[in-house]
Every structure is written in structure tokens, then in C-alpha cells.
Design a protein around this ligand. Structure first.
Ligand SMILES: Cc1cc2nc3c(=O)[nH]c(=O)nc-3n(C[C@H](O)[C@H](O)[C@H](O)COP(=O)(O)OP(=O)(O)OC[C@H]3O[C@@H](n4cnc5c(N)ncnc54)[C@H](O)[C@@H]3O)c2cc1C
Length: 458
């Protein structure tokens, strides 16, 4: 890494790149520098809308040679705004969406600028699916490299567990295909180690034959009994069911009765993969927890899970951790804390784990929280960045009341964190192995706009 960044001749870059190079002088600059969280007002020297692996390698080399900060963006959902930079270069992969489905081998090569919903609609048309997260606009790039705890986590494990190979441009500009056979160390590292090891341009993902599911949203009044009851039912359910329980104050949505607006609710997102009649009986214990405010759980095609609008957000404060269970005192704490937050939206999200996720050994990938039974994410969303301190304090206070302590979390949901938090996300021997591999693949820490793993010394 050059210690003092030098500017680079943009005309030279434009000549080398097949895609578009957007600079402050271009009319599309303001749009090009935007990421999902609208509060990040950073001004890159250039946003490069790459169209292929060669473009990516050229921008990586330009950043390495100039010392300019390098941001890599697929879907732009990083809560820390790592998909943009002040004064540096952005590799924007969102134009790279090629998808080749091989139905016979049940796999697909997909470029990493594809979003979850784009990928799922295209593969879903063939009755084939790879499990991704709950937001359709999230990029395949970011979620897969972080791990990917999604709608099929108990049935099929992480998104990264379905990764069969990744094409990666390393800090040296080399293009490597990493898989169990070809480059096993790099392949291990990219399944959870985020963008620390290079720019992933294409993934080969395993597809599962899933067309119809029983899924959708169940909205219940939130009480200590319904919250803990929901988690117990999710734990007792067969692993064909994965759930996401969001405890929040009811927004004024048309499908929620007016008298419930502002009241605590559990929004349960359900995905049961199996015969419809069995699905109905698997969902029955959840429905029996209380009089649902809304029950939209029904037989559906899998991609329908992604229907519905996503709202505009400025910033999010958040913290998350892995644990094993939530007792009644925890549920009471959630209900006490929710009304104290002044954020536009605040929620505690809980995902019961186990199943296929837990059958992969911790050492097999850089994601090493496999034995934990429950994932908890506390979040507050708001438009005014000046309120950050207030919302951070609320989030941390509630997480402590839920017993977070030193428990490690999931990098995918993290914002900007200190080293101790990042380290705790990689428990056991994982951290040291990641640091060794960082030294091998990115010794000068070119890829540092992420939950950074510093190269091992020596
Ligand atoms: C509304 C919302 C819902 C979410 N739901 C889920 C969920 O259900 N399950 C879950 O697991 N996660 C979920 N997440 C977290 C999400 O998976 C991570 O934030 C992920 O990193 C976002 O990926 P992205 O490509 O959209 O973001 P970006 O901001 O583009 O990237 C995020 C990070 O990954 C790096 N990166 C992105 N693409 C590449 C690439 N191709 N090569 C190298 N590095 C790259 C970036 O440099 C950055 O550090 C959610 C996030 C949001 C905002």
C-alpha cells in the first residue's frame, strides 16, 4: 500500500475500463455514490460500474498502485456504508448480473452484482432455489461472503454452505477460482470472511428443488408468552421450517387492524419446505399462540417470499449476537425497551437456528457459530445521523438486558465495529487462521472497508 495516496488520471482509467467511470463532473454522480442506507454522504473520486472480471482487476490494480481507498459494492446494504468511500474508488458490481443455470447438476454460476430477488425469481422459474436472506435487494456478493442466514437456514444451512466455487480477484489483481478442490484455503475464508480476501466476481451456487412452500407472514400480539412461545414452537418444528420473528411496535400497515397500530407485535416470517398439508400442521402451533392480527401464511411459490415494498432508511444502529434461548425475562425486557426508543423503526429480530446449519462443523468455514440455537439482532432505524448516539445507546442497553455480554455476532448485520467485536465474530481458531490467510492473500490490507481482519504479523 502506498502511504500517501496519489490521484489517478481518470482518462487513463476510462480507457482501461469497459464499464462506466462516474466522477463528480458527471450528471449521474449523486445516484452512483448512493448506497442502501441513504445517510452516507460520501464522495468517491470515481464510481466504476464494472462489467466484467477484467474491469475489476484493473480497478483493484489502480487502487493498489495509487494507494486510494477501495470500496467494493454488490447490493450496497452494508450497515457501515462500506460500499462507498470519501475520495477513493468504488467498484460497483451491480451491473454484473449474468446467470447460467445448470438444472441437471442443480447449480448456477451467477455474477455477484445480482440481487437476492433477481436471482430467486430467475432460478425459481425452474423450481430451483438457493436460500438467501429476507430482503430482496441485498446483493448476492455481500450476503454470501458474510455467510447468509436466510429463509432456508435450518433446511439447507447458510447461503455460503451452498457455495460450490467463487471467482475472486485478489489484491495482486490475480483471478482465482476458489473451491474445495482448487484453492481450499481461500474457499474456506470467503465463506464468512467477507470482502477481506478479494473481490468475488462470480459464484457457483448449489440449487435445491423447491417450488411450492407454505410461507408468509403471521402477525401476533407480542406478550412474553407469545414471544417465548414463538421461539419454542420454532425450536420444536421440523427443520423444514425456518422462521424469522420480528418483535416491534406495529407500524400503520393496512393489513394490521388500526387498534393494534403502535402496539407490540410479533411479525413471524415463515418458510416451510415440504408437503402443503404437513406445512399446515407445522404452522398450527404458531397460529394457536394468540389471535393473529394478520395471517398471510399460505401455500405459495418460493419467490413470493420477496414480494412487498422495502422502505427507505437513512441509518441503522444495531447489535447482534448468537445465544441458545430467550427466557421470559428477555421477552419482558424487549417489551419494556421498545416504547423507550424514539427511532422511526425499532425491532428485535430472532432466528431459531439448528438443522442443516448445525451439521456443518465449525472448522469447515469461516462462519463458526454453528452450535448456537438462536440469533438475536437488535436494530433501530432513523433518518437523522445526529441521533446516532441515542439509538446506539438504546440498542446496546436492550442487548445487554437480553444477556449479550461478550457473545460473538454475525458480521453480515454489523455496522462499524471495534476489533474486539470483529474478533468475537470469529471464535476459536477461526480468527488466527483468517489472519494467516489475510497475510497470504492481502498482506497490505488493500481490502479494508469491511469488518477488517488484519494480516498476521511476521
Ligand atoms: C434490510 C436488510 C436485510 C438483511 N437481511 C439479511 C438476512 O436475512 N440474512 C443475512 O444473512 N443478512 C441480511 N442482511 C445483511 C446483508 O447480508 C449484509 O449487509 C451484506 O453484506 C449486504 O450485501 P450487499 O452486497 O448488499 O452490500 P454491500 O454494501 O455491497 O457489501 C457489503 C460488504 O461486502 C463487501 N462486498 C460486497 N460484494 C462483494 C464482492 N462481490 N466481493 C467482495 N466483497 C464484497 C463490501 O465491500 C462490504 O464490505 C440484511 C441487510 C439489510 C440492510
Amino acid at each position: 500500500m502506498t502511504s500517501t495516496p496519489t490521484s489517478i488520471p481518470i482518462d487513463d482509467l476510462r480507457r482501461q475500463i469497459s464499464g462506466e467511470v462516474v466522477t463528480p463532473d458527471d450528471s449521474g454522480y449523486d445516484e452512483a455514490r448512493q448506497v442502501f442506507f441513504k445517510g452516507f454522504d460520501r464522495r468517491p473520486l470515481a464510481v466504476v460500474r464494472v462489467v466484467g472480471t477484467d474491469d475489476v482487476a484493473r480497478v483493484v490494480s489502480a487502487a493498489r498502485e495509487s494507494g486510494l481507498e477501495l470500496a467494493v459494492r454488490s447490493g450496497g446494504h452494508s450497515r457501515a456504508g462500506y460500499g462507498t468511500t470519501d475520495g477513493g474508488l468504488v467498484i460497483d458490481l451491480s451491473g454484473m448480473k449474468a446467470l447460467e443455470i445448470d438444472a441437471e447438476s442443480r447449480s448456477a454460476w451467477v455474477e455477484t452484482g445480482t440481487t437476492a430477488v433477481e436471482y430467486t425469481i430467475a432460478t425459481g422459474e425452474r423450481g430451483l432455489v438457493t436460500g438467501l436472506g429476507d430482503a430482496g435487494s441485498v446483493g448476492i456478493g455481500g450476503i454470501t461472503l458474510a455467510g447468509g442466514v436466510g429463509f432456508l437456514v435450518r433446511k439447507n444451512g447458510l447461503t455460503a454452505d451452498d457455495l460450490l466455487a467463487a471467482e475472486v480477484v485478489t489484491a495482486g489483481g490475480e483471478v482465482i477460482e476458489a473451491s474445495e478442490q482448487t484453492e481450499p484455503d481461500l474457499f474456506w475464508a470467503v465463506r464468512g470472511g467477507e470482502s477481506n480476501f478479494g473481490v468475488a466476481t462470480r459464484f457457483k451456487l448449489r440449487l435445491h428443488e423447491i417450488s411450492e412452500i407454505v410461507g408468509g407472514m403471521l402477525v401476533l400480539p407480542a406478550t412474553p408468552e407469545t414471544i417465548t412461545g414463538f421461539l419454542q414452537a420454532a425450536e420444536a418444528a421440523p427443520e423444514e421450517l425456518s422462521t424469522i420473528a420480528n418483535v416491534m411496535l406495529a407500524p400503520p400497515m393496512p393489513f394490521i387492524p388500526e387498534e393494534a397500530h403502535g402496539q407490540p407485535i410479533v411479525i413471524g416470517l415463515m418458510a416451510y419446505v415440504g408437503p402443503v398439508d404437513q406445512g399446515e400442521s407445522v404452522i398450527a402451533p404458531f397460529r394457536a399462540l394468540g389471535d393473529p392480527y394478520a395471517d398471510m401464511v399460505r401455500p405459495m411459490r418460493y419467490p413470493e417470499l420477496y414480494e412487498g415494498p422495502e422502505r427507505e432508511v437513512g441509518f441503522a444502529s444495531g447489535t447482534n449476537f448468537f445465544t441458545d434461548s430467550l427466557e421470559a425475562a428477555g421477552a419482558e425486557a424487549i417489551l419494556e425497551h421498545l416504547p423507550r426508543s424514539t427511532a422511526m423503526m425499532k425491532a428485535v429480530q430472532m432466528r431459531v437456528l439448528g438443522g442443516a446449519l448445525a451439521r456443518v462443523p465449525n472448522e469447515a468455514t469461516a462462519f463458526a457459530h454453528r452450535e448456537r440455537r438462536l440469533f438475536v439482532n437488535v436494530a433501530a432505524m432513523y433518518m437523522d445521523g445526529g441521533e446516532k448516539g441515542t439509538h446506539d445507546a438504546w440498542v446496546d442497553g436492550l442487548a445487554e438486558a437480553l444477556g449479550k455480554g461478550d457473545a460473538g455476532g454475525y458480521v453480515g448485520f454489523m455496522g462499524e465495529e471495534d476489533e474486539a467485536t470483529i474478533r468475537a465474530a470469529y471464535p476459536g481458531a477461526t480468527w488466527d487462521r483468517l489472519r494467516e490467510l489475510k497475510r497470504r492473500y492481502d498482506p497490505d490490507n488493500l481490502f479494508r472497508l469491511n469488518h477488517n481482519i488484519s494480516p498476521a504479523e511476521g
